[in-house]
Design a protein around this ligand. Sequence first.
Ligand SMILES: C[S@@+](CC[C@H](N)C(=O)[O-])C[C@H]1O[C@@H](n2cnc3c(N)ncnc32)[C@H](O)[C@@H]1O
Length: 280
Amino acid sequence: MAPEPPPYFDALLERLATGDPETTAALSRHVHWGYWTDPDANPGTGADYAVAAEELCRRVCDAASVRDGMRVLDVGCGFGGTIASLNERFQNLDMTGVNIDARQLARAAAMVVPVNGNRAAWIEADACALPFTNEQFDVVLAVECVFHFPSRATFLAEAARVLKPGGRLALSDFVPSAEGLAALQKYDIGGPETRDSYGLVNVLCPEAEYRSLASAAGFAAPTFEDITPHTLPTYKFLRDIATRWQGNRATAYGRTTRRLEVSSRVGWLRYLIIGATRGV
Ligand SMILES: C[S@@+](CC[C@H](N)C(=O)[O-])C[C@H]1O[C@@H](n2cnc3c(N)ncnc32)[C@H](O)[C@@H]1O
């Protein structure tokens, strides 16, 4: 059975449809955590959030060493923010966004107008069953979506399969610290309230397991950069936004966001940028 889009996109699309200015400023391009160089200096506005989200996206793309002329696959592409950013900064890219949600893909196709000789295509598919032949892409990107996928092992195998030998994978993901894993299992971070708001969430794959999954899939020299402290202003902003959403789902969303925040602040959960090279 194909995975369902995360429920928070229903609430987000509703808020965007009302024209809510803070939601529109913050979340109509990128739908992920932000990166603040100085986490203490954040005004908490939607416009500031959008700048921080763009910075996080660029850091993931940097980990992939994107260059002009490449074929780039962005899985879990949301509203196309990562492809929009690449489109503005590079030339002659062949870019493909994949998502399980046709509504998000329609927004992405409307938002991204290719320039600089770039091309963009949008495909409805599961990142764990990619509809591409082998060795098609120079780069695979997955900005803050792997924790939603049915299986990290299957996604990594699929990413390796569609990458050319020597191609780069870069992603951002929530990874438990060695000491945080047991606590997160007890804390029920993927439980019913999470499923009702964030959808399928698995943040229980520690770095050692990630390394062995990447290696089994055929990736070499993985790098793990912990950017948690730079992402922390995300939480207050998202909790404030959730107070303007309607119904039970808003409560579940607010409480799940709070759980993720506490887990991150006490060091159980880390926000990592992960890069790896497909072996030749
Ligand atoms: C937090 S959002 C990130 C969106 C986007 N990467 C961005 O940076 O704005 C997670 C995304 O993963 C997508 N997603 C969840 N499960 C998926 C799957 N199995 N295959 C493809 N996309 C999936 C969701 O629909 C959503 O667009």
